[in-house]
Design a protein around this ligand. Structure first.
Ligand SMILES: [Zn+2]
Length: 87
């Protein structure tokens, strides 16, 4: 994502990129609500791409922080699968 879009993401800025991610999240939710299976996957990919772009602009290594937080299971109960009582 960085190689493909970083220049354009920098031109758009953090807030503009974040707004795109939120917009795509709405499109993803719409596809889920309509049970449009093919569109769900496509929109999920878009949400992920825009989250990556936003993190790139903020200097966040999404893969690293995701692995650090969730790589050993649930960060709260430390089990995998999660055994937390709340959902
Ligand atoms: Zn848990």
């Amino acid at each position: 994502m960085r190689r493909t879009y970083l220049r354009r993401d920098r031109e758009r800025g953090v807030l503009g990129t974040l707004l795109w991610m939120i917009s795509e999240t709405g499109e993803f939710a719409g596809a889920v609500l309509k049970e449009e299976q093919m569109k769900m996957a496509d929109e999920a990919a878009d949400v992920y791409a825009w989250l990556c772009s936003t993190c790139n602009l903020l200097g966040i290594n999404l893969e690293k922080v995701s692995f650090e937080k969730y790589g050993k299971g649930c960060p709260r109960c430390h089990h995998s699968p999660c055994e937390c009582k709340d959902k």
